[in-house]
Ligand binder design. Structure first.
Ligand SMILES: [Zn+2]
Length: 81
């Protein structure tokens, strides 16, 4: 599980969640992942839809962490995709 950085706008705690979106051609449910701040309206979505909620959340978490920036020592963790 990707560790979420704090909100870049207010420093609040971020949390990941997902929502089922559509049934794809293989009869699987696609999920959209989201990461949102618990204190302000900041929100980030996954780039793609995924067949598991966990993967969708991980995708959104990568996007969130890339925007949140942070300590240079941890920046290489965002380059895996
Ligand atoms: Zn915030």
């Amino acid at each position: 599980m990707v560790k979420l950085k704090h909100c870049p706008f207010c420093g609040g705690e971020a949390r990941g969640w997902c929502r089922s979106a559509t049934i794809n051609l293989a009869d699987e449910i696609d999920y959209n992942g989201y990461v949102s701040c618990s204190r302000c309206p900041a929100k980030m979505r996954s780039t793609y839809q995924h067949v598991t909620g966990a993967e969708a959340i991980a995708d959104a978490a990568r996007n969130w962490n890339a925007r949140a920036g942070g300590a240079p020592a941890a920046s290489h963790l965002d380059q895996e995709a």
